[in-house]
Design a protein around this ligand. Structure first.
Ligand code: AVI
Length: 333
């Protein structure tokens, strides 16, 4: 690579607060039933295990969303404002957003993930394939607050995109990992983020739809046990953060469809009675007692459209697949 090849710009605005993470974990472990926030699923190994999940035959959301974006790319491009800044929430490998570059032709690309280190390689490689597109990698935990820091606004001004419409892209049905009230709060912040740009902006968001438990449960409890490993790995992450002595093999992976709440729940269930200790404390778990680790809400399209409206967006349109399993919504300002 020549030294004058364009390079993406990187900003890390999220600083991990270990003290707060420990306090949150301890509080959750002492609740009844115990719970650990799903963000603890995603250490480096957890992120790789999640990537493996997306390749599984049973886990339909990723490939279904990809097929919708490919099949309806031209319609999506007609809906999205031309010359917008593409702001990618939870960008990861940046692969999904990169597939939109052709159809929507953004003027700048802002990839947001909790860790900018995770973005460094993928965004660097992507920049070499799109030399003329200004790219910013931003380390931000948008699950707590979604707003661009001043340095990111300054970068957009330097890239000549301060007044450009903003297309916020939130794929993968990650919105489903929030309870509806939190999902609404995040969508309101996404609306404010779009509204701070030029006219014509909006939100392009992937949402998993309600379907039968016969399809949903295997998607979260696959035959190879990859999702089980993903769930149990959370315990290793907790051990590191809290100095607990969880033994992952002593916990069963449970994925169940809660029809009343329209969600898949993941739990870890104690295989036998056991005491888990940490410096200064311990908890006895009875055989069969569970730790709730994740919710994945499934939405009816009408209900999600109403939620977008409540968040301040204009009338949304959406595209789906042949089985009506997943929807990609365009919600304009
Ligand atoms: C990241 N998120 C949208 C995934 C989901 O489907 O809720 C996480 C996941 N959990 C188990 N499998 C995948």
């Amino acid at each position: 690579m020549s030294s004058d090849a364009p390079q993406p710009h990187f900003l890390q605005s999220h600083r991990e607060d270990l003290h707060a993470a420990r306090a949150e974990l301890l509080a959750g472990l002492q609740q009844s039933p115990a719970r650990v926030e799903p963000k603890f699923l995603y250490d480096a190994l957890g992120s790789r295990l999640f990537d493996a999940i997306t390749e599984l035959a049973e886990y339909y959301p990723t490939r279904t969303e990809t097929s919708i974006l490919a099949q309806h790319g031209a319609d999506i491009a007609r809906a999205v404002a031309p010359d917008s800044v593409l702001i990618d929430l939870g960008a990861g490998s940046c692969a999904k957003a990169a597939r939109l570059f052709g159809p929507i032709q953004p003027v700048a690309y802002v990839a947001i993930d909790i860790s900018v280190d995770y973005l460094r390689d993928s965004l660097g490689a992507l920049q070499q394939r799109h030399l003329g597109l200004p790219m910013l990698g931003l380390g931000l935990d948008f699950s707590t607050q979604l707003a661009l820091p001043d340095a990111a606004q300054a970068w957009m001004a330097m890239a000549g995109a301060a007044q450009a419409p903003r297309t916020v892209f939130y794929p993968g049905s990650s919105i489903g990992n929030f309870v509806p009230a939190e999902a609404l709060a995040l969508l309101r912040q996404a609306h404010a983020l779009c509204a701070a740009g030029g006219t014509g902006g909006g939100l392009l968001i992937g949402v998993d739809r309600m379907k039968s438990a016969a399809v949903l449960e295997p998607a979260y409890d696959d035959a190879l046990g990859v999702t089980a490993a993903f769930n149990r790995n959370l315990l290793l992450n907790v051990n590191r953060a809290l100095n607990t002595n969880f033994a992952p093999a002593a916990w069963d992976h449970v994925a169940l469809f809660n029809a009343a709440e329209s969600r898949i729940e993941m739990h870890l269930q104690a295989c036998f009675e056991q005491t888990v200790g940490w410096p200064g404390g311990e908890r006895l778990f009875a055989a069969g007692e569970r730790i709730h680790t994740e919710n994945s809400y499934k939405w009816m399209p009408e209900a999600f459209e109403a939620l977008l409206g409540e968040a301040g967006f204009g009338p949304a349109q959406h595209w789906t697949d042949a089985q009506d399993w997943f929807s990609v919504f365009w919600a304009p300002l």
